[in-house]
Ligand binder design. Structure first.
Ligand SMILES: [Zn+2]
Length: 131
């Protein structure tokens, strides 16, 4: 368990902590305070995770064994999230800031969906509807 920045009790699980963002914060079950890891922590961990997956797939293809994915990717990914949970402290967030961050996050996801659907539609239409 990790320390809640509001009440200093060890009430936040590692899984809650590594998932906690300003738009989807962790909630302390003792004081109900909200907390999150900064966006740059998520950026570093997700970029490192992608490097781990790509490197593991590359090594698996080189040695022609998919067991490498199990032997490399899973322990490295677990270590990455363990390090993120251990070394970066949670920051408190108030409910008004959380609601604003949540709104921004929803808008960002909606923009990504629109861009994705637009890219697929453009690709489909550029090919004249043929596959
Ligand atoms: Zn608390």
């Amino acid at each position: 368990m990790h320390t809640c920045p509001h009440c200093s009790q060890r009430t936040v699980s590692a899984w809650q902590k590594v998932r906690a963002s300003s738009g989807s914060p962790a909630r302390c079950f003792h004081c109900h305070g909200l907390s999150y890891l900064p966006g740059w922590v998520h950026l570093i961990t997700s970029a490192t995770f992608q490097v781990i997956v790509i490197a593991s797939v590359y090594v698996a293809l080189q040695v022609r064994s998919w067991l490498v994915l199990v032997a490399l990717a899973i322990p490295l990914t677990a270590g990455l999230f363990w390090a993120a949970a251990l070394f970066f402290p949670l920051r408190p967030i108030e409910s008004t800031a959380y609601r604003k961050a949540r709104r921004v996050m929803i808008i960002q996801v909606a923009l990504l969906v629109v861009l994705g659907v637009g890219a697929i539609a453009y690709t489909f239409l550029a090919n004249g509807g043929a596959t």
